[in-house]
Design a protein around this ligand. Structure first.
Ligand code: PNS
Length: 159
């Protein structure tokens, strides 16, 4: 049985993230979506909210679960019997840093990294941009699930 992890901040989850999680769930037996707890980074949504939104967004995928982790991702992998990290690549610019992290993680443990190319319709998508556009009153429907849209509207005082 192959268990993999899709790690990230997910502040908030976007359709780009979900595209990668969904495809990973077809390729591997079990997928753990792991939300990084990063006390030094200010997030819009709390850890609980980010995990709740992810759980809602993946509720139709029986082999996907949601967890959180602190510290090194490879330690989380070792503790949870995870053999590979799945990462989406949006563009060549992602590759530089992702390759470096994959090689660092590979040097620390035998946890491998699998890159999945982002579907073209999501290649420009990032949580940070979604928040910026939503904060400015722009339309981000189609980029996030409806219930995330509602949370963004509430957060930015439009609901
Ligand atoms: O959604 P993000 O913020 O781009 O996700 C980045 C994340 C969480 C995947 C990455 O920062 C990470 O793996 N952090 C955990 C700390 C760690 O293991 N650092 C060493 C990387 S080589």
């Amino acid at each position: 049985m192959t268990r993999v992890v899709c790690p990230g901040s997910f502040d908030p989850v976007t359709n780009g993230h979900l595209d990668i999680v969904r495809r990973a769930s077809r390729l591997f037996d079990e997928v753990v979506v792991a939300v990084l707890v990063n006390e030094s980074k200010k997030s819009l949504f709390s850890l609980e909210e980010r995990m709740d939104l992810l759980a809602q967004a993946t509720e139709d995928l029986p082999n996907v679960s949601v967890a959180s982790f602190r510290g090194l991702l490879v330690n989380f992998c070792t503790e949870h019997g995870i053999s590979a990290i799945v990462k989406g690549l949006r563009a060549v610019s992602d590759f530089d840093y992702e390759l470096q992290m994959a090689q660092m993680n590979g040097s620390l443990t035998d946890v491998d990294t699998v890159f999945v190319p982002t579907s073209p319709e999501y290649s420009f998508l990032a949580s940070s941009l979604v928040k910026e556009v939503a904060r400015g009153g722009g339309d981000v429907s189609g980029l996030v699930p409806d219930f995330v849209l509602q949370r963004l509207d509430r957060e930015f005082g439009r609901a």
